[in-house]
Design a protein around this ligand. Sequence first.
Ligand SMILES: Cc1cc2nc3c(=O)[nH]c(=O)nc-3n(C[C@H](O)[C@H](O)[C@H](O)COP(=O)(O)OP(=O)(O)OC[C@H]3O[C@@H](n4cnc5c(N)ncnc54)[C@H](O)[C@@H]3O)c2cc1C
Length: 296
Amino acid sequence: MRSPLSTLELVRPRSLEHALEALHASLAAERLTPLAGGTDVYVYLNAGQLPARRYLDLTPLAELRGILAKRDGVTIGALSTFREIGRHAVVRRRFPSLVAAAAEVGAWQIQARATIGGNIANASPAGDSLPVLLAHDAAVHVRSARGAREVAFDRLFRGYRDLALEPDELITAIALPFPPPRSIPFFRKVGTRRAQSISKVVFCGLLVRGANGAIQAARLAFGSVAPVPVRARHAERTLIGGKPGLGAAARARAALARDIAPIDDIRSDRDYRMAVAGNLVEQFLRVAAAEKDGRH
Ligand SMILES: Cc1cc2nc3c(=O)[nH]c(=O)nc-3n(C[C@H](O)[C@H](O)[C@H](O)COP(=O)(O)OP(=O)(O)OC[C@H]3O[C@@H](n4cnc5c(N)ncnc54)[C@H](O)[C@@H]3O)c2cc1C
């Protein structure tokens, strides 16, 4: 049932410390639900699917804002919107797949509000940024009143919509190391229509080629094909040492069935998703074959 707005409480913290203390203290009664851009929270509220009555407004927290470029990578504040991410010069140059994913999140209005921290914490296996973070070995910075820690992105999802976060922890930032030299990135989301749809399959690939052109490292990360975003590690292994191209794509496609387990749901069925996943890997390997030395 939908809660009347007048019954909801919004806590506006003065600082990150204050927010963390309030979140921790709330566990004794009703946990405060963090509120960032609100683009998921408001939908659940409107649909009557969110029983929570107490919210913690993260938007005043300057500590969660900003994108910092360092020597070896970037640190993206959890409150960074997809619009901010898509416009950042270093992110544009070094993480084109993240920029491509940012441009696919809803329409401009959503991109201007939706945050990367919210995309992660919402924990949908269809979140567009998630395969990109997985393929790029992201680390998620979290904090609570008890201290700070870092969670490797590939250890974050414990199960469907279940993250390895404690109820009193907030995501503060996401760290992305720069891809190695001679790496080739790729991102594509397949939905019901060209724009503004939830993904049927979302894919991010990253290949690293050696000086002789052979594949040294391969990361194939998918969303919407399993209860959590997944790396296709069997398919990745078939690529190591070979050259990108159709032969490599056929080997990877055959291995994919061991990596992903799409379901039938209202958006698509299993067979279609399997076929699309294989096609995306093939498209990536065609693009990679056409690139001489990688981009970086
Ligand atoms: C019309 C529409 C279209 C959309 N299209 C897409 C799409 O194409 N692709 C896509 O991936 N998503 C899409 N979404 C979903 C949504 O926009 C994204 O998931 C967005 O990134 C959520 O971020 P937010 O800041 O709005 O999160 P909120 O709604 O504020 O929060 C989402 C969840 O994360 C928690 N949370 C937020 N920030 C933190 C934090 N720092 N630490 C801990 N917990 C936190 C909240 O408690 C809540 O549970 C769409 C939504 C709408 C309404």
